[in-house]
Write a protein that binds this ligand. Structure first.
Ligand code: GTP
Ligand code: MG
Length: 370
């Protein structure tokens, strides 16, 4: 709720102050150009003069990259971003480990994924796939919801020896709400008690009709333990990705989404981001949520320092002024002054929000990977 002087509003609309005064007079208000009017009145005037209403304060300062599209000819194919979802202990992390040939599960506290891990694999045919691993624990529902919205494809992991569990259903609902295609990976098929057919039948109750049941949702039997079915899973991901013709412009200032962020004892604020478009480079100046910074180092998912990261690449960013929130966008800007201006504007807005009613809505974080 801002007040603005008549003259200032006239300047912003490129109209004469006197004309505004006249209009206000016709609306029954006696004011001079130096007097302030409230926001509602200002909006009425703006409409009266045939201009579009934008929140002047925001659009003047803040950056919103979700609307501006890159020209078709600048777009190049990019890897798909695949999020692995499913009930706790159904084998999400194990499956991802098997796919990337590493072992993360053993390094996790109690074997439960505490955060969204982000990894990229390169297939035999040199295709790249980016994976996001989400926690299966009920307490992490919100985090998982965030994961679904930066994603192109969801892999729903269901353990063949268990069945459709509460978080399986939650993942199905969230995937449907986000309008993201799903591939069902029926895991733990190496177990003697595994019953993949039962899983397929049970999925029908949740309106997930897999190919084997004459539906259009791809499904594949896998075992993270033996590696069975993994090649087929990768094939299905690539097939789905091909249909989607995923593209992004790599030759521009980067924007990215913060997947997770923390304050690291030795390294300071660290954010894992997923580049949406453009190429993020060491030395780039950026604003990430309410924080500004300059990229001091980029570290890939194998812990290697890299110089730059293109579209759909997950990368750790060092050089932040503070810790941003998961789900924030990180946007590269022209210079430090601009970065600070945007960051301080956003900080101010946050403070204002906190003093008014501010419902948190994780679903507002929609992908800019378009
Ligand atoms: P959260 O991150 O806690 O939600 O679990 P998760 O879904 O990532 O499961 P995780 O990969 O940690 O695996 C859970 C347990 O199932 C571990 O003990 C794995 O060794 C076991 N497991 C995973 N995949 C398979 C499989 O294909 N076969 C068998 N036999 N065991 C598996
Ligand atoms: Mg896990």
């Amino acid at each position: 709720p801002e007040a603005i002087t008549v003259q200032e509003l006239a300047n912003r609309m490129a109209e004469k102050g006197a004309d505004l005064v006249k209009s206000l007079f016709n609306m029954g208000m006696m004011v001079t150009v130096n007097q302030t009017i409230d926001q509602d009145t200002a909006e009425l005037l703006v409409e009266e003069f045939g201009h579009n209403i934008t929140r002047v304060s925001e659009s003047d300062v803040d950056i919103d990259t979700s609307e501006d599209q890159d020209p078709e000819e600048t777009l190049k194919p990019r890897p798909p971003v695949v999020t692995i979802m499913g009930h706790v202990d159904h084998g999400k992390t194990s499956l991802l480990d098997a796919l990337r040939g590493a072992n993360v599960v053993k390094g996790e506290a109690g074997g439960i994924t505490q955060h969204i891990g982000a990894y990229q694999i390169t297939t035999k045919n040199k295709d790249k796939i980016t994976f996001l691993d989400t926690p299966g624990h009920a307490a992490f529902t919100q985090m998982r919801q965030r994961g679904a919205n930066v994603t192109d494809i969801v892999i729903l992991v269901v353990a063949a020896d268990d069945g459709i569990m509460p978080q399986t259903i939650e993942a199905i609902n969230h995937t449907k709400a986000a309008g993201v295609p799903m591939i069902v990976a029926i895991n733990k098929c190496d177990k003697p008690e595994a019953n993949p057919q039962k899983i397929r039948e049970r999925l029908l109750e949740h309106e997930v009709v897999v190919e084997a049941m004459s539906g259009d949702v791809q499904d594949v039997e896998v075992s993270a333990k033996t590696g069975a079915g993994l090649d087929e899973l990768i094939e299905k991901i690539l097939l789905q990705a091909e249909l989607m013709e995923l593209k992004a412009n790599p030759d521009r200032l980067a924007d990215a989404t913060v997947i997770e962020a923390k304050l690291d004892k030795g390294r300071g604020p660290v954010a894992t981001v997923l580049v949406n478009r453009g190429t993020l480079k060491v030395g780039d100046v950026f604003v990430a949520g309410t924080q500004s910074g300059r990229v001091r180092a980029l570290i890939d998912d194998r812990g290697q320092q890299i110089k730059q990261a293109g579209p759909a690449t997950p990368v750790e960013v060092l050089g932040l002024g503070g810790v941003p929130q998961a789900g924030d966008s990180l946007t590269v800007v022209e210079n430090e002054q601009r970065a600070r201006e945007v960051a301080s504007f956003r900080q101010q807005r946050e403070t204002e929000k906190r003093t008014t009613l501010a419902p948190t809505n994780f679903d507002t974080m929609f992908s800019s990977l378009k």
